[in-house]
Design a protein around this ligand. Structure first.
Ligand code: APR
Ligand code: ZN
Length: 229
């Protein structure tokens, strides 16, 4: 097994708290009994994440990493601090956008950005819940709307980064329809209604852009970070 996460983890001796991954004491061995961690470290080894300081059994951290999409990033399960660049498992598809000359309710002074997402059905890869099994894709193309304001354009810029990192959609169970093995929105909310708000996913919603910026931040996508790239 190869792990290429460049995360500074400090090996420490003893502490009184529990490992919140396996719920066993950090004074004793890791409670993880699955495969793939034996050669990594002793079951008693404890690691401290460099930025946030949260501590876990090293083997629990490795098991958590191996259960994810092994993209070289790790998210602290306690405080969600992201180490490395987080990516998701969004299937292949297309993201397009253009400006339409109409205003959204609540944004009378600007035009509107329309984003069009298109993802076809396909076969699940190793990063999906049921590798090898088909997944469906309902309601595509999905049309989404942002005000063409300074903040709206910032959100668009960050959504383009989120798309490249495969974080806009994922494959799983739709909470709306209950269908399994289907393409679903990930944790970044989109407005899919233009002139009305029948579903609750429409305008006006004065907090929407700030909420999305916060949701993008939780995925590790911020304006500051994009300026660095
Ligand atoms: N528009 C925007 N966001 C939505 C919608 C919608 N119509 N319905 C649900 N969401 C949000 C939910 O609030 C939740 O946070 O997406 C997240 C995941 O919900 P699921 O129901 O699991 O997502 P999904 O099955 O992808 O979406 C259901 O959204 O865009 C439409 O055509 C799509 O009808 C489908 C619906
Ligand atoms: Zn933490």
């Amino acid at each position: 097994m190869v792990i290429s996460v460049r995360i500074q983890i400090m090996i420490i001796d003893k502490t009184v708290v529990d490992c919140t991954i396996c719920m066993e004491s950090l004074c004793g061995p890791s409670g993880y009994k699955g495969p793939g961690v034996g050669g990594i470290s002793r079951a008693e080894s404890v690691g401290r994440l460099s930025q946030c300081g949260h501590q876990y059994h090293l083997q629990c951290l490795v098991a958590m990493y191996n259960n994810g999409n092994k993209d070289g990033s790790l998210q602290c399960p306690t405080c969600k601090t992201i180490y490395g660049v987080k990516t998701g498992n969004q299937p292949p598809g297309k993201m397009e956008y253009h400006v339409i000359p109409h205003s959204l309710p609540g944004h009378p002074d600007c035009k509107t950005i329309r984003i069009i997402y298109n993802i076809p059905p396909g076969i699940q890869g190793p990063e999906h819940p049921n590798p090898g099994k088909p997944f469906t894709a309902r309601g595509f193309p999905r049309h989404c709307y942002l005000p063409d304001s300074e903040k709206g354009r910032l959100v668009l810029k960050l959504l383009l980064v989120a798309w490249d990192r495969r974080l806009i959609f994922s494959v799983g169970t739709s909470s709306t329809t209950g269908e399994t093995d289907t393409v679903i929105w990930n944790e970044v909310h989109h407005k899919t209604e233009f002139g009305s708000n029948l579903t609750g996913h429409g305008y006006p919603d004065s907090g929407h852009l700030d909420n999305v910026l916060e949701e993008l931040r939780a995925q590790g996508i911020t304006e500051e970070e994009c300026l660095r790239d």
